[in-house]
Design a protein around this ligand. Structure first.
Ligand code: CTP
Ligand code: MG
Length: 226
């Protein structure tokens, strides 16, 4: 039986956040931001091990106490210069079986709920390709020119926002990321091989903390959940 693993790329520097401390370590409800995603993944009875991919020169990880997660959490200091490179390096270091499932989840999505995670796993564990959590776009979409003037309105029918976790077989993802290294998410690499990953409906609460103003919303959601 193939197992399910998780891998959390956390080797970025959070340039859009504009803080000295990499954003995955910014304090959020009394813990570093990454703690929340790790807690949700480690709490899943379906997930065997949660790998965290850190920058080789990360000096912050060891200043926190991760013992609550025990052996289920395994740090790998092999992050690369892009998210895709970090995922690929982590995938190689994790040495999974080719048909094991891998859930790749951003450290910067602290509000993933246990329910959303369980729903994704249930929706995909018998799927041939795998897929991702995603939300149908609700706002009207505008195409802009260089002066921020509207060129035209895009058709939003059938347009979805990709989130994480993104769940694929380790072998397929390895092949995909080696073939298409210049992608911003894992699904794009799998798509480049000609596959059609499944979109599993999520909600906007699983947003990515990117800018300073996103912190407040994440605090509110996590505090309420507590
Ligand atoms: N990531 C990574 N290795 C990189 C770049 C990003 O592991 N070289 C991780 C980030 O740590 C984050 C996830 O990929 O958990 C999603 O990336 P993003 O939100 O873009 O984070 P950053 O790249 O750190 O932020 P920014 O793009 O604003 O610099
Ligand atoms: Mg980035």
């Amino acid at each position: 039986m193939s197992e399910i693993f998780a891998l959390v790329p956390a080797a970025g520097c959070g340039s859009r956040m504009g803080s000295e401390l990499p954003k995955q370590y910014l304090p959020l409800v009394g813990q570093p931001m990454i703690y929340h995603a790790l807690a949700t993944l480690c709490a899943s009875p379906d997930v065997s091990i949660v790998f965290v991919v850190l920058a080789p020169d990360d000096v912050y990880w060891h200043s926190y106490d991760w013992s609550i997660f025990g052996d289920k959490l395994q740090p790998l200091f092999c992050g690369g210069s892009t998210r895709a490179e970090s995922v690929l390096n982590g995938l190689m270091a994790a040495e999974l079986e080719l048909d094991d499932w891998l859930l790749v989840h951003d450290a910067a999505r602290p509000c993933l709920s246990r329910k959303q995670l369980a729903f994704l796993i249930e929706a995909l564990r018998d799927d041939d390709v795998g897929g991702i959590l995603a939300v149908p776009v609700a706002d009207t979409l505008k195409r802009a020119d260089a002066e921020c003037r509207i060129v035209h309105t895009e058709n939003r029918a059938g347009v979805w926002q990709a989130q994480t976790p993104q769940m694929f077989r380790a072998g397929l993802l390895l092949q995909a990321l080696r073939t298409a290294p210049n992608v911003t998410d894992d699904a794009s690499a799998v798509e480049a091989l000609g596959f059609h990953p499944k979109l599993v409906t999520s909600s906007s609460s699983n947003f990515k903390v990117t800018y300073p103003q996103d912190i407040e919303l994440a605090e509110l959601l996590l505090t309420r959940r507590k």
